[in-house]
Design a protein. Sequence first.
Lengths: 114, 115
Amino acid sequence: AQSVTQLDSQVPVFEEAPVELRCNYSSSVSVYLFWYVQYPNQGLQLLLKYLSGSTLVKGINGFEAEFNKSQTSFHLRKPSVHISDTAEYFCAVTSEGGAQKLVFGQGTRLTINP
Amino acid sequence: GAGVSQSPSNKVTEKGKDVELRCDPISGHTALYWYRQSLGQGLEFLIYFQGNSAPDKSGLPSDRFSAERTGGSVSTLTIQRTQQEDSAVYLCASSLVAFELYEQYFGPGTRLTVT
């Protein structure tokens, strides 16, 4: 079975500061990893995904994530955040074959303070 | 083009009543997923449809939950004899080809409140 752990339930940062949201996963098979963002009262939007190839993945809105197989991590980073980045961020995993159903972490609420 | 749409956006129902939640996937998307987002459980997979194959119902929490997808497009999630623990946001997602793209597009959700 797969599982995802997001180590921080809430992360407050100041505007223009860098941020890292942590995600660790466990799986007995090869995985595909995703970060989704949920703005207040909206649905989930894909930020970025890792399927294969380069372990550094760049996504929308200036976010990037690095897949580290040895540490089973997929941390999300942004060098300089904006007020508009305030949202909940979900890390998710799925595997090849079958339903490709996403297994989500509990989410990290990112709050940007001016 | 149009994204995934869900209706109603909000539903308040009394305990014991049945409810139906609707999902219109993106046109041409063959895979459709239902997830539930609740305070205690986070985001959970419920059920998956892919083309004409039998659905994967492994995430349905009880036999009070069922779903169907008519004509390979619109899907309805039905909850019978609702309980207070069914209160959650129910999210629908669709994808073009489940295997190749791994990108699921989510609808805005239906917020269900059971009183």
